[in-house]
Design a protein around this ligand. Structure first.
Ligand code: AMP
Length: 175
């Protein structure tokens, strides 16, 4: 029996001083390259919420896409991208926020949801929580109901949970 939490920790590589001095970047590419770890992560997120409970999965560019797309497939849910400013072709809503290393603007297509769609947001890392909060705001502005946030890794020392309000946060590993 695989200890998934231990495997995830072993497959996430710390890269010091990336993308700027003082930041320890959590590189998930070794995890993605390990099919047991990758499949285990996807299955755990789907099982946590239960098939049939979610209408749309939102993935946040870019690493969030990689996790969110197979989660959407296994849920039987649709996939909706949240992208960096200027990347989505049709009419969008935008949100700007502070990041652990800079500021960011993210966008979503304004017609991404049917009114009342139940939406799960998926990303790789919850750090300061700014990205998750902005993504949740965007979903709500488009008429979706945010059911929760699933992340692979939560950096608890940055207190991201405090920023996302009453959003149900599910993290597979917390450091
Ligand atoms: P935050 O808005 O501070 O919670 O940052 C979360 C977003 O930034 C996620 O989309 C992550 O991919 C990325 N991110 C922030 N900090 C890190 C980190 N230390 N290592 C890897 N990705 C990070």
């Amino acid at each position: 029996m695989v200890d998934l939490g231990k495997l995830i920790q072993e497959r996430i590589r710390d890269v010091d001083d990336y993308p700027k001095p003082g930041v320890v970047f959590k590189d998930i590419t070794p995890l993605l390259a390990d099919h047991v770890a990758f499949a285990g992560v996807v299955d755990t997120i789907v099982n946590h919420h239960g098939r049939g409970t979610i209408d749309k999965i939102v993935g946040i560019e870019a690493r969030g896409f990689i996790l969110a797309a197979p989660v959407a497939y296994h849920f039987g849910a649709g996939f909706v991208p949240v992208r960096k400013k200027g990347k989505l072709p049709a009419r969008t809503h935008a949100a700007t926020y502070d990041l652990e290393y800079g500021t960011e603007t993210i966008e979503i297509h304004a017609d991404a949801f049917e009114s009342g769609d139940r939406v799960l947001i998926v990303d790789d890392v919850l750090a300061t929580g700014g990205t998750a909060r902005a993504a949740a705001d965007l979903v709500r502005r488009c008429g979706g109901e945010v059911v929760g946030l699933s992340v692979l890794l939560e950096l608890s020392f940055l207190h991201g949970r405090d920023k996302v309000g009453n959003l149900d946060v599910h993290s597979l590993v917390t450091v």
